[in-house]
Ligand binder design. Sequence first.
Ligand code: DQA
Length: 147
Amino acid sequence: LSILVLHGPNLNLLGQREPGIYGSLSLADINRLLAEEASNLSVKAFFVQSNHEGVLVDTIHSALPQHQGILINAGAYTHTSVALRDAIAGVNLPTVEVHLSNIYRREEFRHHSYIAPVAIGQISGFGAQSYLLGLRALVHHLRQQEP
Ligand code: DQA
């Protein structure tokens, strides 16, 4: 199995960006933890970060046929992007949505996700662990589906 890990806008600043909310790990640290977890689960993981909505859409389109699932932290596009949601629905790849912070205990505008209705599920509020839990849940889901 091969998983596409997508990080949206501003996540390249992790570590220095509002560490009280997002923690002190950098994106490279999180990707390293994910790569370790992927190897424990015997799956491959590929990492893409972009601050550009269109690049994220293109990356989702090109996920097929190489990848079997998507793990995504869409950042602020979670709350704004019909295009990302339609891209995920369009490729029809099992997708898990993750957030470092608990988006439901923050500002009202973060409470709505355009991604959630096209995702298998969402994990929010556990910092870097959200990604690791999300990867485990996605791989578990994909393995249940296998013949
Ligand atoms: C985030 C939450 C979003 O509301 C915010 O815009 C982000 C990060 C998170 O991981 O907690 O950029 O997706």
